[in-house]
Design a protein around this ligand. Sequence first.
Ligand SMILES: [Zn+2]
Length: 343
Amino acid sequence: MVSPIISDAIRTMPKAELHLHIEGTLEPELAYELAERNKVELPFAGLEDLRQRYHFTNLQSFLDLYYELMNVLRTADDFKDLVLAYLSKAHEQGVVRSEIFFDPQVHVENGIDIDTVLDGLLAGTLLGRERYGISCGLIPCIVRDMPVQSAEEIVDALAPRASELLGLGLDSAEVGYPPELFGDVFARAREIGLHLVAHAGEEGPAEYVSQAVHDLKVERVDHGIRSVEDAELLNTIQERGIALTCCPLSNLKLKVVNDLDELPLQRLIDSGVSITVNSDDPAYFGGYIADNYDALAELGFTLPQLAQLAENSLHAAFVDDDERDGMLKAFSLWAQTHKDLLV
Ligand SMILES: [Zn+2]
């Protein structure tokens, strides 16, 4: 168990969350509330049954539930409420900046207008900033196991509102859907001024990370842990200052590793790569961001080491210099008040 003093320090440490799917923050209670509000029939015996299903057994049972529950999101208010519920938890866990993923293709397939999705998410982030002081950006993700043409269409649909978005990402089932399929889609996203990120090297090989870096020209890699298998790739990642957004509890829950100490985080850190800690789909994976830091503390990471990872996240966020300076000042202040724990 992590001592309460360290756990409290982790929760007040200013940090950015850079790998978070908003649909993955849908807790069972809110899923039922939204289903009732929208008269969506859920195929479960009730709230308790749904709670049990959150203890899924493999990737496919997770994805089945994940996409099933996205059906309860129908109106702009639903998306706004989902963002606010997440930000209230993120605030308690020391998040000062959140760059939020969402899957527009799935919502459009569910019959929701893309503007409804965006309006709701943006309203949530604006209110969240007022209520919790968290600055946010939105990163729509291409669902890589849907047809490439659908990816092209969604980027066209998002283009008129590109100024309201932060970037473009790539997510969902990795193996069999290499990043190189999406070179044109990402080139177009770059043209319309979006930052670029992609999931790669979670279950897929280091070669997929290499494609994300070279073919898609991403600025961060989501997960990316299998980069550790390719020394030349690690050099490139380190030289280009590409951060990896790692998600320990997600890797454990989805059985990417059987035990957290199998994660190559220390080897990646030792190779000079910028590692950050994130929660991925926290409602499903047993913890929000500080719970992920706690898990690393239990593995033996010290508070100074964890503080370095939090500081990495502030450097890896897509913010302007003024905002970054403000976040780093808040971080320095925290370090000052916790200096006895940081020696
Ligand atoms: Zn993810």
